[in-house]
Design a protein around this ligand. Structure first.
Ligand code: CA2
Length: 177
C-alpha cells in the first residue's frame, strides 16, 4: 500500500532534521491539574494534556519536548536551552506570570516565536491573576480555552513556520479532554 504524500513529507522532514522543534513549558502547580480545584482549571490532568500535545505533534510531524517545573530557575534554564534546541516556545508560566522578571528576561533572549497559554481566562479573574508580566515578550496570548489552548498554540506555532497541515483529524479539533 502506498503512503499518502503528507505522511511521506513528514517522514522526510524527520530524516532531514527539518521537522519543527517545539518546547512546551508549564510552571508551578500545574502538576496538580485535574487533581485539585477542578472548578477553576477543569478535570483534565497535565499527563492528558501532554498526551494530546504528543498526538498532535506526531500528526503534524513536529518534534516536541514537554516540561513542568515548580522552580523558577529550572524554567529559566529550559528557556535558555531552547535557544539551541527549539524553534518556538509555548509556555504556561502559571503563578510566575505575575511575578517573574527572570523568566521575562530569559524569554526576551529567545529569538523564535513564543506563545503564552493560560487554561483560564486570566482577564476575568481577580486582580492578582489578571496582569501577566510576560506578555510583552510573547507573540500571542491564548487564555480561557481550557486545555485546548495548548493545541491552538501548537497550531499557531506551526502556522508561523508554514508547517500547519491543511486538515486536522477530529480528535485534535476537539482537543485534550
Ligand atoms: O489558567 C492558567 O493556566 C493559569 O496560568 C494557572 C495558574 C494561575 O496562577 C494563572 O492565573 C492562570 C495556576 C496554576 C495552578 O494550577 C493548579 C491546578 C490545580 C490545583 C491548584 C493549582
Amino acid at each position: 500500500m502506498s503512503m499518502n504524500p503528507v505522511a511521506i513529507q513528514i517522514q522526510e522532514e524527520f530524516i532531514e532534521g527539518t521537522a519543527m522543534r517545539l518546547m512546551i513549558l508549564n510552571g508551578p502547580n500545574l502538576n496538580l491539574l485535574g487533581v485539585r480545584e477542578p472548578h477553576i482549571y477543569g478535570p483534565t490532568t497535565l499527563a492528558a494534556i501532554q498526551a494530546s500535545c504528543e498526538d498532535f505533534a506526531g500528526f503534524a510531524g513536529a518534534q516536541l519536548s514537554f516540561h513542568q517545573s515548580n522552580h523558577e530557575g529550572v524554567l529559566v534554564d529550559l528557556i535558555q536551552s531552547a535557544r539551541e534546541s527549539a524553534d518556538a516556545i509555548i509556555i504556561n508560566p502559571a503563578g510566575y506570570s505575575f511575578t517573574s522578571i527572570a523568566i521575562l528576561d530569559a524569554l526576551k533572549a529567545f529569538e523564535g516565536p513564543i506563545f503564552e497559554v493560560h487554561i483560564s481566562n486570566i482577564h476575568a479573574r481577580d486582580e492578582l491573576h489578571r496582569h501577566s508580566k510576560l506578555s510583552s515578550a510573547v507573540r500571542a496570548v491564548i487564555a480561557g480555552l481550557g486545555p485546548y489552548g495548548y493545541i491552538v498554540a501548537m497550531q499557531a506555532a506551526l502556522q508561523a513556520f508554514g508547517k500547519l497541515p491543511e486538515s486536522l483529524p477530529a480528535p485534535i479539533r476537539h482537543g485534550p479532554r
